[in-house]
Design a protein around this ligand. Sequence first.
Ligand SMILES: Nc1ncnc2c1ncn2[C@@H]1O[C@H](COP(=O)(O)OS(=O)(=O)O)[C@@H](OP(=O)(O)O)[C@H]1O
Length: 366
Amino acid sequence: MLQRIENQLRRGEDVDKYIIKDFENTIHMKPPDVRGQNALPGLARRFPKVIITGMQKCGTGALKDAMTRSPYLAWSAHGESHFFDRQQNYNQGYQFYLDLQPEVGPEVTVFDKTPSLLTDSTIPPRVYAYNPNVKIIVILCEPAHRTLSHYLHAKAMMKSQEEENHNRHFNHDRMHLMNSDSFEEVIDSAISEIFENEEFVRSAVFDMKNEFRAHQATRAAFYRYVANPANFERIQSIPIQLVQRGLYGYYLNQWYNLFPKENILVISSTDMSQRPAKTIQAVQEFVGVPQTIDASNFYWNNETQHFCVMGPEETEPHCSRPSKHRSGNFEINPRTKILLNRLYQSVYQDLVDLVGRDLFADWGYE
Ligand SMILES: Nc1ncnc2c1ncn2[C@@H]1O[C@H](COP(=O)(O)OS(=O)(=O)O)[C@@H](OP(=O)(O)O)[C@H]1O
């Protein structure tokens, strides 16, 4: 298995020179019997054949809600498994993962949705070691807006955790930033930290007087930062995560290096949001289940400005909750938008090289 992963990782080029390959001690070497378990007759827990790996805050919840309307698709009643990305879960092995799954018939495909999987370099080899035939779904959204949505989400989570006096998986040492600082201040401080040792790039990114031309240097410095093992712990802190998780091309490349292209479906959050029926039809085709979810399962909700999903008959409709924390209620200030655009435009081509530009025309990057 290890040799197979190493051979696969050698296929990629260019972006790969920044990629971490030191995963030997981080994976379970013996794969589970996915095929045998999933072929059991009658009701049984079944291993996920499909994983929605991201992107966090890009509409993974809406995608999951729509998918679970199909009688041929099911996900865990425990919610996001965090099996591959939380060491305490992964250490417990595949039986632990199986125990989280729903009991369903053999005609049902179980899927996992854990949107924090996409942007952690240790995860793709773990998922490959689990099942090299697994199908991966990734939903992507405009990365600058994603940082805002992630910030609001983190703040709201932190507030509710404080209220519950509940110390879950947040890094409280660094969370002081989130308590007092505005979104703009948090982004400034994250960018300063990422380019702490890259004076030329840092000055260029923050320079509002001159046209930004340092795309190549910014890309290289950003990738050096995320690939440096000395930064792995810092990357887990919310201020850095907000910015680092927009490196879609860099992280997607690690999945494409391991898995066949036809096993990865990348969709756009704009499509999910504006054309949910078409999107979910593409998902059903990719997963290989009968087309049971179509336009009749969606209706527009003016209050949330999103489609709600309904059906089959015996189930309640579901609409995303209107909330004052929704990023659609906020504007990013123009200077912060420029900073974030400079970063993400510097790395945009790596994403385009993998999945083309058609999906992202509405980002305004061209
Ligand atoms: N129905 C529907 N269709 C498409 N997109 C929708 C829908 N409802 C919500 N949204 C968007 O999803 C954003 C939340 O993304 P996630 O569900 O991936 O968040 S999470 O990572 O699971 O917390 C969420 O971001 P925020 O509004 O900032 O919360 C929305 O932009």
